[in-house]
Design a protein around this ligand. Structure first.
Ligand SMILES: NC(=O)c1ccc[n+]([C@@H]2O[C@H](COP(=O)([O-])OP(=O)(O)OC[C@H]3O[C@@H](n4cnc5c(N)ncnc54)[C@H](OP(=O)(O)O)[C@@H]3O)[C@@H](O)[C@H]2O)c1
Length: 210
């Protein structure tokens, strides 16, 4: 049975998940400190720290379990080229996916195999990328890892089944809004669950065609 296609991101209370391209150096510095506030809940989690080789220890409460559940359901991922470009120099050698990752890009590049089971495949068609990710995932789920443009593309194609937002109590004021450009005449959502932790609120929705 095919798995679920989902995304899971952290969003500021005013709806942003990333900065826009082309901001100046001061803007990048400002964004980086805001990014740490936005994502401040996730980096102390023990499971993520182990996965990203950030060091031993960490928090072990419900947020940690949610991070674990999110990663353990993934059989393959799809991501946009800009997210890949940011991760490529930052991920440890043993990239933290341990599955196939399909990078949507108009650039041609050979697959990039990492120790530990991650192979990045570069695909120039969003629908082909998701078909290949579904095949690779088998009966596990496909995560659309991000970023904003890629998530929006798949939402508007009707290819997302479910998503979770970690709503972070931070105001960013500018950047890439998660739902800017969503085709609301075609995409409807139904709440599945809301789970507050001390740091963020985890909101899960099913996606339906209107
Ligand atoms: N808040 C969170 O939890 C979270 C999670 C993940 C990522 N992010 C952030 O999201 C940001 C990146 O998002 P983004 O919106 O700027 O970019 P993105 O979605 O990562 O990448 C966009 C790029 O993907 C390629 N692409 C997208 N759709 C395609 C298609 N249909 N066919 C072929 N290629 C396609 C294009 O690359 P080419 O130009 O090569 O063709 C496009 O320029 C980063 O700042 C990252 O940190 C945030």
């Amino acid at each position: 049975m095919p798995g679920t296609v989902f995304f899971s991101v952290t969003m500021s209370l005013d709806g942003f998940i990333a900065h826009r391209d082309g901001i100046d150096e001061a803007g990048v510095r400002r964004w980086t400190s805001q990014w740490m506030e936005l994502q401040g809940w996730i980096f102390p989690q023990r499971y993520l720290r182990e996965r990203l080789r950030l060091g031993e220890g960490g928090e072990e409460g419900r947020d940690n379990e949610i991070v674990r559940e999110t990663f353990e359901r993934i059989g393959a991922s799809v991501m946009g080229r800009r997210m890949f470009d940011l991760g490529e120099p930052a991920w440890p050698d043993e990239a933290p996916f341990h599955t196939s990752v399909f990078v949507v890009t108009h650039e041609t590049r050979d697959p990039w195999e990492r120790p530990g089971g991650t192979t990045f495949h570069f695909v120039d068609d969003a629908e082909v990328a998701i078909d290949r990710a579904r095949d690779a995932a088998g009966d596990r789920d496909v995560r659309i890892a991000g970023g904003g443009a890629t998530i929006l593309k798949y939402l508007n194609l009707g290819l997302v089944d479910e998503f979770t937002i970690a709503l972070s109590p931070v105001l960013l004021g500018a950047g890439i809004r998660l739902f800017e450009g969503v085709d609301a005449s075609r995409v409807a959502i139904e709440p599945i669950r809301a789970e507050p932790s001390s740091a963020v609120t985890h909101l899960t929705y099913a996606v339906r065609a209107r």
